[in-house]
Design a protein around this ligand. Structure first.
Ligand code: NAP
Length: 270
């Protein structure tokens, strides 16, 4: 499907320096969109800027868990491109720790980034999105429909995200602002390396074999088509869809299957 819809549109994407956000940024620039993005790591943003010399690309160092950083990101975008047509709230982190072992800081950090980061950016961009009759996208997860062990804080943040987006979708309908969320399944990216351990520190590496996972480029393609079609939600990967149906129809059996998938000899493995 052509991405001509995005030509000339201003798209603000949080976390565009890696993984799914990077793939979205690259595809949108190729489609003729003006793109603003942010992340915490200056080097990754610099590398991105250097990769697209002369492109309508704004890279801002900003941590979405900080309201003032979000203000800087959104205000710089408006200054540079004069409007925001589409806001893709993509920045996110995960965790790998059992609730019993994890410091409460793990949960606070994840909620601050995944939920409040989305809320801050959406709030700050809202006047322009209303003016443009634009679109707010939340990048959720299968874990936003089905709680996953070892990722209880991540699941909580994504459930909060989708509940909040569902509510504001109805509120913003008279303003013609479209609100949607997308749920990628397992996707090749850095998210498992940056996932927090029980001490709220990045775990650094993950045992999961990433080769068989969906590529971030394919995920980005699905997301952009869904944005174009103004879909309500998008659930990705066959396994992801299967898990949601199983959970709806046979929740107790799904508990057992999930336990088998995530634990080995009583230990959290995935
Ligand atoms: N990969 C998967 O399997 C999967 C599955 C379902 C849903 N998702 C969701 O997809 C989204 C993107 O994840 P990904 O897999 O592409 O992860 P990724 O490869 O780790 O990329 C995450 C991006 O977000 C940025 N970021 C992280 N924390 C940030 C913060 N506090 N402020 C600003 N930027 C921040 C990162 O840059 P810095 O580190 O420099 O800040 C990076 O650019 C997330 O919301 C995730 O929950 C991923």
């Amino acid at each position: 499907m052509s991405l001509a819809y995005f030509k000339g549109k201003v798209v603000a994407i949080t976390g565009g320096s890696d993984g799914i956000g990077l793939a979205l940024t690259e595809k949108l620039l190729a489609a003729g969109a003006k793109v603003a993005t942010c992340g915490r790591n200056q080097t990754k943003l610099y590398d991105l800027q250097v990769k697209f010399p002369g492109a309508p690309l704004l890279c801002v160092v900003a941590d979405v868990s900080n309201y003032n950083d979000c203000r800087l990101f959104i205000e710089s975008t408006l200054k540079q491109f004069e409007a925001i047509d589409i806001l893709i709230n993509n920045a996110g982190i995960s965790m790998k720790a059992l609730f019993a072992d994890a410091d409460v800081e793990v949960f606070r950090k994840i909620m601050d980034i995944n939920f409040f980061g989305t809320l801050y950016c959406s709030k700050l961009a809202l006047p322009s999105l209303i003016k443009q009759k634009g679109t707010i996208v939340g990048v959720s997860s299968i874990a936003g429909y089905r709680g996953l062990p070892g990722r209880s804080g991540y699941s909580a943040s994504k459930f909060a995200l989708t509940g909040w987006l569902e509510a504001i979708r109805v509120e913003l309908e008279p303003d013609n602002v479209h609100v949607m969320w997308v749920c990628p399944g397992y996707t090749r990216s850095n998210i498992r390396n940056s996932a927090l351990n029980e001490n709220a520190l990045e775990q650094g590496e993950s045992p999961l074999d990433e080769k068989s996972l969906m590529s971030p480029e394919e995920v980005a393609n699905h997301i952009l088509i869904a944005v174009q079609k103004k879909k309500r939600t998008l659930v990705l990967t066959g396994k992801g869809k299967q898990a949601l149906w199983m959970n709806k129809l046979f929740p107790a059996l799904t508990d057992k299957m999930i336990r088998k998938f995530f634990f080995k000899d009583g230990k959290l493995v995935k």
